[in-house]
Design a protein around this ligand. Structure first.
Ligand code: OFO
Length: 172
């Protein structure tokens, strides 16, 4: 059984994962509107993964004898100057999610809820991977540039990353 406080925090995280999914889906739409198919594929994949992250939490809360609750989800941002700004916003968002996950892990540890603490380790590893992935995409964007043909190559490169990424295992 999870404490009331941890249930509230886990439900907040469920909401954040929904928001992340919508944020990346909206970014995908921006990419479509700007003929960036490769970036759009990458962001669609990311939006799908966030839904899995949500489901993983949702199932855990219910299995642990509490009740997962879906609250109101904020409207995601839809205006971007260029693709670099899209990935800068992605990186910033992932860093914020890392902070939220770390807070959750600390709360579980402080309560000596080692089942939740253990469950959350998957998210700790996932955030490390995501920050690294988006950070390396941003490095490529800065290296290649987004002017003229640079934008074409960036889109191709990011689409290639999406096509070659192993699928995340479905939420248990
Ligand atoms: Fe982008 O990560 Fe969920 O948790």
């Amino acid at each position: 059984m999870i404490s009331k406080k941890l249930t509230t925090l886990l439900n907040k995280q469920i909401n954040l994962e929904f928001y992340s999914s919508n944020l990346y889906l909206q970014m995908r739409s921006w990419c479509d509107a700007n003929s960036l198919d490769g970036c759009g594929r990458f962001l669609q994949q990311h939006a799908d993964e966030e839904m899995q992250h949500m489901n993983r939490l949702f199932n855990y809360v219910n299995e642990a004898g509490s009740m997962a609750l879906i609250g109101a989800i904020d409207e995601p941002r839809s205006d971007y100057k260029n693709v670099q700004e899209v990935f800068e916003a992605t990186f910033e968002h992932e860093c914020q999610i890392t902070k939220e996950i770390n807070m959750l892990v600390k709360a579980a540890y402080d309560e000596a809820d080692f089942s939740t603490f253990n469950f959350l380790q998957w998210y700790v590893a996932e955030q490390h991977e995501e920050e690294h992935l988006i950070g390396s995409i941003l490095d490529k964007i800065k290296m290649i540039g987004i002017e003229g043909k640079g934008l074409y190559f960036i889109d191709k490169e990011i689409g290639g990353i999406a096509d070659n990424r192993p699928e995340e295992p479905p939420a248990p």
